[in-house]
Ligand binder design. Structure first.
Ligand SMILES: *Cc1c(COP(=O)(O)O)cnc(C)c1O
Length: 373
């Protein structure tokens, strides 16, 4: 269904490599990365470390893997990490901290996924045999469940500094760090100045088929390499995929501004639809959440109807939809998407039947998964 006409704003992970990226992949120089002999991986790791102002980087299969490598690098079993309630690390990585590292997660009240010192004060548990050891603070920039928000530079530096001054390690889940760079105009190094490790993802807005990196001190990254091996993420001729990431860092960063403009245009194009709630002024990057008045129906019903009309969107909460803009959707696509939503609302979707498995039908059956990516 919809193989050629579907407008897919479900996530920015849906992009396919461009012809130029495929050429970079085809022409990549490779070697055995497990022993440090893949020149393309080495080049990518050096590039990312330099961009973020850190000593070292290690390539990972996915941002989830990089985050879990960070948790394992900083924590021992029985430790706890602090993060925003809806953080990807705590909520969308299959229980990774607990399952892989024996680490518990504690939610801190956040504002659109961002944390600040006032809510963190008093949250570090005292040194007491009864208690977990509070060890790691995890920040997310941009925030995913928070709606693509960008930390103000002073805030992320203040929070990071607070964590480190109080004996915590600080990890930044920067799956969409480059969206924050482009939206704020601050360099990646400035944004990452007060944190110990950073995850960046290449398969989100940067448009790669796969890959991520964990960045930090030489010491942290050496430990993370061991964690990567344990998690099955140490690869051989990984230059094949690292080449895509090198290409993306060279050609796909500045263009993220277009995705941000398109997200704003989408929000402005649906703002006057009765029963749909969105504040275009709050859209900072490539993610738009909008509310669906229960009088119209549920988010899943709207997603189901929209899918039948050729638009795939994420029903992330019972009455909220998320869309992401990306390099495979242009301004015409997002304006067409807004029209489809307007039509669904006008024609009504309260009677739409959502199958038990969810809103999207595919050749593989009906699937509703991965909406959190
Ligand atoms: C998507 C995402 C990840 C994980 O990326 P995968 O490629 O799905 O492993 C981690 N953190 C945030 C904030 C994300 O949005």
């Amino acid at each position: 269904m919809h193989e050629t006409t579907l407008i897919n704003l479900y996530s920015d992970t849906v992009t396919k490599p461009t012809a130029q990226m495929r050429r970079a992949i085809a022409e990549a120089e490779v070697g055995d990365d497990m022993v440090g002999e893949d020149p393309t991986v080495n080049r990518l790791e050096a590039m990312v470390a330099e961009l973020l102002g850190k000593e070292a980087a290690v390539f990972a299969c996915s941002a989830t893997q990089a985050n879990q490598m960070a948790v394992r690098t900083h924590c021992l079993a029985g430790d706890e990490l602090l993060s925003a309630a809806q953080s990807h690390v705590a909520c969308s990585e299959a229980g990774g901290p607990a399952a892989l590292s024996g680490v518990t997660t504690r939610a801190i009240p956040d504002c659109n996924g961002c944390l600040d010192v006032d809510v963190l004060e008093g949250q570090i548990l005292p040194d007491d045999q009864h208690l977990c050891r509070t060890r790691l603070l995890v920040l997310e920039n941009t925030t995913n469940a928070g709606g693509g928000r960008v930390y103000p530079l002073e805030q992320i530096q203040r929070v990071g500094r607070w964590g480190r001054e109080n004996g915590l390690k600080v990890h930044l889940d920067g799956a969409r760090l480059f969206n924050a760079v482009v939206a704020s105009g601050h360099s990646a190094a400035e944004i990452c100045q007060e944190v110990d490790t950073v995850t960046v993802c290449f398969s989100k807005g940067l448009g790669c088929p796969m890959g991520a990196a964990l960045v930090g001190s030489k010491e942290a990254i050496a430990k993370a390499r061991r964690a990567r091996k344990l998690l099955g993420g140490a690869l051989r001729q990984a230059g094949i995929v690292a080449a895509a990431a090198v290409h993306a860092l060279e050609h796909h960063v500045a263009r993220l501004a277009v995705d941000h403009e398109n997200a704003g245009a989408f929000a402005r194009a649906i703002v006057d639809i009765d029963g749909i709630s969105v504040d275009p002024g709050e859209i900072e990057t490539n993610i738009v959440f909008f509310g669906v008045d229960p009088a119209l129906g549920t988010a899943k019903q709207l997603a189901t109807r929209a899918y039948r009309e050729g638009l795939k969107i994420g029903a992330l909460r019972s009455q909220a939809i998320r869309i992401c803009t990306h390099l495979d959707a242009d301004l015409d696509d997002v304006l067409e998407a807004a029209k489809i939503i307007r039509r669904c609302v006008r024609e009504g979707f309260a009677e739409t039947v959502v199958s038990a498995a969810g809103p999207y039908e595919s050749s593989a059956g009906t699937v509703d998964q991965n909406a959190r990516a």
